[in-house]
Design a protein around this ligand. Structure first.
Ligand code: GDP
Length: 366
């Protein structure tokens, strides 16, 4: 293997150890495909046989190189974000990378997770403000739910109108649902696997997937960019299932006095440090248990109950890191990729999360 076997689909060097990187094939499957003379990496195999795109990981260097290549083109950028994890969706300096003159259409995905009562226009305006704070000024924002898209035709039409005969690059961080979205496009526009070609971004080991558009231009899927501060990267697949929402989130509201704490499973913690009695509303996966306790005994409570009453916990049960804030407007305290708590203005709070997972505040979404 080390001498170099290459995938006939994408040309990546085959490897059997890193499942999320290019050229991966489990050793058992590799043996089989050597016999059959059809040497395809898992990703290309899934693509050929199931029309399914698998995400690959990206290092910062590869990422910079790929985005730099986009900046030298004239194209439409379709930027997929996850409304449940906006901070995990943000790509700092995106306009600079993809070329300041290239228009950006934001596809805000997973709206099925948010309360149905949330008005589309309000959400769009909120997103616009959040993106603006990161220097991103999209030409438009469309809301969707890529697992059951009801407005895919309208989105495709919007892409068609905005691209003005140019190529389309689809970008996004991992887990936002970019592959799901692309797969829906493939399903609705062709369904014939031969129509999809993969090729390499020059100077990288990463493949792009090119979906031909009607006028000879292409829709190009780029590899998902890893944001390492997301909770998703710290949990194993079992715990991830527990912690990531699958259905519309049912908000959980608590009337709290200060000096009270809420544990979010064993993964995170919220302290109401100072302020008048307040209603706080938590948005997390519906089955993720929340536990209210007194702030004064919270450390011992965690030591005693992490892993049993407080589930799930981080695999290595490192202690949680604390971040303190004062709210000066209606605020979301956000645990990257896990969820958030809506807080009133004028209180002092702390959020705790495993080391490396960011805890931030933002203007309230809902
Ligand atoms: P990628 O890494 O951006 O390509 O993301 P994937 O397409 O692999 O999706 C990541 C996870 O989000 C998967 O578990 C999907 O099932 C889930 N997902 C994708 N789209 C949606 C959506 O519209 N709503 C919900 N609730 N989950 C979604």
């Amino acid at each position: 293997l080390e001498k170099g076997l290459y995938c006939i689909g994408c040309g990546a060097r085959m490897q059997t150890t890193k499942a999320t990187q290019s050229g991966y094939l489990p050793i058992s499957a590799l043996k089989k495909s050597l016999e059959s003379d059809q040497l395809l990496c898992k990703r290309c195999f899934r693509l050929r046989h199931y029309n399914e795109i698998q995400p690959v990981e990206l290092t910062d260097d590869d990422f910079a190189r790929i985005l730099h290549q986009i900046s030298s083109t004239k194209s439409l950028i379709v930027y997929v974000v996850d409304v449940f994890d906006i901070s995990g969706s943000l790509i700092d300096g995106l306009p600079r990378f993809v070329g300041k003159s290239n228009p950006i259409l934001v596809v805000a995905n997973k709206v099925d997770l948010l309360p149905k009562s949330l008005k589309a226009n309000r959400l769009k305006q909120w997103l616009k403000d959040q993106l603006k704070d990161s220097g991103i000024d999209p030409v438009d924002i469309v809301l969707t739910s890529a697992i059951h898209p009801q407005n895919l035709d309208a989105i495709l039409q919007k892409i068609e109108d905005l691209r003005q005969g140019q190529d389309v690059y689809v970008v996004g961080t991992t887990n936002v649902g970019k592959s799901t979205f692309i797969n829906q496009i493939i399903k609705s526009t062709m369904g014939v696997q031969e129509l999809i070609t993969t090729s390499r971004f020059p100077g990288t080991t990463l493949d792009k997937i090119e979906i031909p558009l009607t006028d000879g231009q292409k829709l190009i899927d780029t590899p998902g960019i890893i944001k390492s501060d997301q909770m998703a990267h710290r949990l194993d697949s079992h715990d991830l299932k527990y912690a990531l929402p699958k259905n519309e989130i049912k908000p959980r509201t608590y009337q709290l006095n200060d000096q009270q704490t809420i544990f979010i499973g064993g993964l995170a913690r919220f302290d109401f440090e100072k302020g008048p009695r307040s209603a706080v509303t938590a948005y997390f996966e519906n089955n993720l248990p929340l536990h209210r306790t007194k702030l004064v005994g919270a450390d011992e409570f965690y030591q005693k109950h992490a892993g049993n009453l407080l589930q799930p916990t981080e695999p290595n049960l490192s202690s949680l890191v604390k971040y303190e804030f004062n709210t000066n407007e209606k605020t979301d305290l956000v645990f990257a990729g896990l969820g958030w708590i809506v807080l009133p203005a004028g209180i002092r709070i702390a959020g705790w999360a495993p080391k490396g997972v960011s805890v931030t505040v933002r203007r309230a979404m809902i």
